[in-house]
Design a protein around this ligand. Sequence first.
Ligand code: SAH
Length: 251
Amino acid sequence: MTDPHDLAARIRYVLVRTSHPGNIGSAARAIRTMGFARLELVTPHRFPDPEASALAAGADEVLAKAGVHADLVDSLAGSSLALGLSARRRGVNLPEISPREAAQQVLAAAARGEQVALVFGNERTGLENEELARCHAMVRIPSVDDFSSLNLSQAVQVMAYELRVAMLGETPALPPVRDEPPADAARMEQFYVHLAQTLDEIEFHKGREPTTIMLRLRKLFQRAQPDERELRVLHGILADAQRMAGLAKRN
Ligand code: SAH
């Protein structure tokens, strides 16, 4: 499995024609909290700027290392996949995907060693058609139709969060720790025989065919995967029930 740092290093966040330096700072902070560091700026209106530094809230290194480019194509150098984030469906014929789907595609490409860009537009005008035309797909955060536009840095945060969640999901979950392994098939079979006998003896079936209920009970216990100790307790309960049924019959 690829080291998460290597994956993150292949993913860049590109902010195009950003008007407010505060948003650049907030975006730096947003990606830094999710383990990313690469910010590329295309013709920012003001940068560097004290407002950017103030809102970066300590993510200064991201700002210090941010590349500044004269056009979008420059900022995409070396990348083989570019996804454009847009609140509105534009007149471009691009596949539209969710941030979650985007995260899967981005990580798959990064795991193959490719570099990937996530492209964000200007606060007021968004991404222009010719900017989206440089992208392979459009990512839309599913906001409501009548108020669909998020603050730029918040859109960055949503995308960075989805990538982080997807990256954490890549780590195979450790199997749950158990004190004892589940009982084996032979032991389970003994238990089902005992259970069936007991149900007979306590006259649980009342003339009904026992097959269906036995299958259901099997399903229940298979799901629970009892261990040997737990099976001993269950056998104990069944044995007591059998004893009581015997007593009841004698009276
Ligand atoms: N009026 C502009 C809004 C720009 S908001 C427009 O309609 O596009 C600034 C940037 O934040 C956008 O260019 C986009 O990259 C990102 N953004 C905001 N809301 C978004 C959403 N719902 N889905 C995807 N990206 C969004």
